[in-house]
Design a protein around this ligand. Structure first.
Ligand code: KG4
Ligand code: ZN
Length: 409
């Protein structure tokens, strides 16, 4: 009997891959334990080589960080420390697998919060040494990019837009560990921007939003908002590359909030009457910025023959990719340019252990980046993804035709 969304998703993942099992049963398949602690989610999953999730466990720190007004790294580290052993044990128990049956352990070691990464890495290195298992260090953004291939066949190369609380990047995925970086954020990530705007609007005090992340709160409130009440300008509209910038945009929103607070005669920390309109306008301008940069990346890929014809694909992933308005805005661009848009379900877009286990499976299948248990590995808070092509993209100076994103919610 399956009850929660997570149970249903897990069952779907199991069924999805049953037919792929070469011998017809999971028992003959190699098993990978995936561990994620790069930010504020402690996740673990056991997966077989076909992509069936045998057991999963996820503990989010979201509500703690919402109350403290953002992630405090030392608090995140403490919560990971408290949860990691239990989460891994729960994933193993749910899978009915014992450590001796594992073929490898895959763990996020880059990029992310140093103190958070350290907890997962330290736990994993102790675990692989104790059980004498190979270790597969994982790049968190590589894992977000490859998640789409867990649910359906998506052949390389494909274009990927990864948008989360810590990242914003466009890349061509040419292989499991082979990426061309077309653009990345120059300042903050879109999830960070949405979280900060939500905090500035005190959305935690809104009865419908008290337990939601900033991005979720903005999406919910935007449904009843009028985005045309505020006319924010698309950042870097005149710069012809695929890099992102969200801090100027947040500044525009903050100034407009201050103006409204003065008009309504209220102090910062009190809910404005027009929070829905702010949410709608902010969500729209974030979507527009993402759409414009992605449109240019698609045209660049076409010009340079970087994507297959037919069936070029755009994969959209990362926490912000759960946003339905942003997904629909990107659909307009993919339909206009003839790309297929693939986006994992929301539970797999936000951080989890399944995506790390899957990245481990992809690497195990290809024999890439698998280390013996005794090798010392360091975590890397900052770690670029792939070969940097941002200068080539800028030099190509591709102009994009104007496309209107109509309000669809
Ligand atoms: O990928 P993720 O779980 O963690 C990072 O690697 O950063 O992404 C978390 C981010 C948060 O900033 C959160 O506000 C945002 O994803 N997010 C959303 C939505 N759900 C989560 N942003 C917009 N709309 C959503 N529905
Ligand atoms: Zn992430």
């Amino acid at each position: 009997m399956f009850h929660s969304k997570a149970d249903i998703l897990q069952r779907l993942l199991q069924l999805r891959h049953t037919v792929w099992t070469p011998c017809g049963k999971a028992a003959c398949s190699r098993l990978v334990l995936g561990i994620e602690t790069s930010c504020d989610d402690t996740g673990a999953a056991v997966m077989d080589e076909t992509g069936s999730v045998l057991g999963e466990s996820l503990r989010s720190q979201k509500e703690v960080h919402l109350r403290t007004g953002g992630i405090i790294p030392i608090v995140a580290q403490q919560l990971h420390r408290e949860n990691i052993a239990g989460v891994v044990q729960e994933a193993l128990e749910r899978s009915g697998v014992n450590p001796s049956q594992l073929s490898a352990v895959a763990t996020t070691v880059k990029p992310g919060l140093a103190l958070s990464l350290g907890v997962g890495l330290e736990f994993s290195q102790r675990f692989v040494r104790q059980h004498n298992k190979p270790f597969i260090p994982i790049h968190h953004m590589e894992a977000h990019a490859l998640t789409a291939r867990l649910l359906q066949p998506v052949a390389f190369p494909f274009l990927v837009l990864l948008i989360s609380g810590g990242h914003s990047l466009l890349a061509v995925a040419r292989g499991v560990d082979d990426f061309l970086l077309l653009g990345q954020t120059l300042d903050e990530a879109p999830g960070d921007t949405l979280d900060k705007v939500a905090r500035r609007l005190s959305l935690i005090k809104h009865p419908q939003c008290s337990t939601l992340s900033g991005g979720q709160a903005i999406e919910l409130l935007a449904k009843d908002g009028d985005r045309t009440r505020f006319n924010f300008t698309n950042p870097m509209g005149k710069i012809s590359d695929c890099c992102f910038s969200f801090s100027g945009l947040r500044n525009q929103v903050t100034m407009a909030i201050m103006k409204k607070e003065a008009e309504e005669g209220i102090q910062q920390g009190t809910l404005l009457s027009c929070v829905n309109d702010f949410a709608a306008a902010t969500q729209h301008i974030v979507a527009l910025h993402l759409v414009k940069r992605t449109h240019r990346a698609i045209l660049f890929c076409k010009e340079k023959g970087l994507l297959p014809t037919p069936s070029p694909t755009l994969v959209l992933s990362g926490g912000v990719a759960s946003n339905q308005y942003i997904r629909r805005a990107l659909t307009i661009i993919t339909e206009t340019t003839g790309l297929r848009l693939i986006c994992p379900p929301a539970q797999l877009c936000t951080d989890n252990g399944v995506m790390i286990a899957w990245n481990g499976v992809e690497r195990l299948r290809e024999g890439k980046g698998i280390l013996p248990p005794n090798v010392d590995v360091s975590y890397e808070p900052k770690a670029p993804l792939g070969v940097d092509m941002t200068a080539e993209v800028k030099a190509a100076a591709i102009r994009i035709p104007s496309v209107k994103i109509k309000r669809t919610t």
